[in-house]
Design a protein around this ligand. Structure first.
Ligand SMILES: Nc1ncnc2c1ncn2[C@@H]1O[C@H](COP(=O)(O)OP(=O)(O)O)[C@@H](O)[C@H]1O
Ligand SMILES: [Mg+2]
Length: 249
């Protein structure tokens, strides 16, 4: 049984159908990619899974511009669609949204501690802190630096490291490399590999298809709100139409 199972997910913003009949699965410890052109609905998909679209819908209710959700999401065999975002995160489905920024006025360490407020004991928090620093050595070196003075890439790393302060069984990361210099991008992807290597399932959304294909065991191609293909990098690359039309490779 998959760790995450999405069935016939639909999201409609007012009259625009953003996601349509999206089904996918991620197994325990698996590394799954989602690729597709800009505006395909990749971020909306992660936001729908993690409860953020429902939160947005609740905030907007009655204010016009209705948001309508359809379909089912299961995590660890239980239905999670309809649960509040914090409850979904507590169960171990941790979402690191696009362009997430840390608290600029806090230090690196304080940012990570702010991500740990849910954990039960001091030693547990310490263990998670050490794990975050082990995954991101660059942050360990800068633990007392004010986050607002970190480079963009380091801030992106901090945002991802913060997600690790939760006990993630599945880490869903949206475009972590956006706007980063190649070297720091490599460092960030190396950290994501380490996170996966430590046993966490990863669902990675990225514009950079080649990078996803090097890391993910399997990928889904999303276009105009629908899954149009799925499989290993090799099988997706073998499809000429897909390659030329959607993957830009
Ligand atoms: N909160 C929102 N309200 C209305 N439309 C939205 C909202 N969020 C996203 N969309 C629309 O949904 C489509 C898919 O966006 P998105 O999920 O961000 O795509 P991607 O991440 O693949 O680039 C876009 O056309 C976008 O304008
Ligand atoms: Mg996006």
């Amino acid at each position: 049984m998959p760790l995450l199972e999405v069935k016939d997910l639909g999201v409609r913003y007012d009259k625009a159908q953003i996601l349509n009949g999206v089904s996918l699965a991620v197994h325990d410890g698996e590394f799954v990619g989602i690729v597709g052109p800009n505006g395909a609905g990749k971020s909306t998909l992660l936001r729908a899974i993690s409860g953020l679209v429902r939160f947005e819908a609740r905030m907007k209710r009655g204010a016009g511009g209705d948001i309508v959700l359809a379909g089912e999401v299961r995590f660890g065999a239980e239905r999670i669609d309809g649960l509040p975002a914090h409850e979904i995160r507590r169960r171990g489905l941790v979402h690191c949204p696009e362009r997430r920024r840390p608290f600029r006025e806090l230090t690196v360490l304080e940012n990570l501690m702010a991500g740990a407020f849910l954990s039960k004991s001091g030693p547990e928090t310490q263990r998670r802190l050490e794990r975050s620093f082990a995954m991101f050595p660059r942050l360990a070196e800068r633990k007392d630096q004010i986050a607002g003075t970190l480079s963009g890439g380091e801030q992106q790393m901090l945002a991802t490291a913060r997600a690790l302060m939760y006990e993630a069984r599945l880490l869903a990361i949206d475009e972590p490399s956006l706007g980063l210099a190649p070297r720091i991008r490599e460092e960030l992807f190396a950290a994501i590999r380490r996170i996966h290597g430590a046993g966490t399932a990863v669902l990675l959304v990225e514009q950079e298809v080649g990078q996803v294909f090097r890391m993910a065991e399997r990928s889904y191609v999303l276009s105009q709100g629908r899954i149009i293909a799925q499989g290993s990098a090799r099988s997706l690359m073998a499809d000429e139409t897909l390659r030329a039309g959607y993957l830009g490779l």
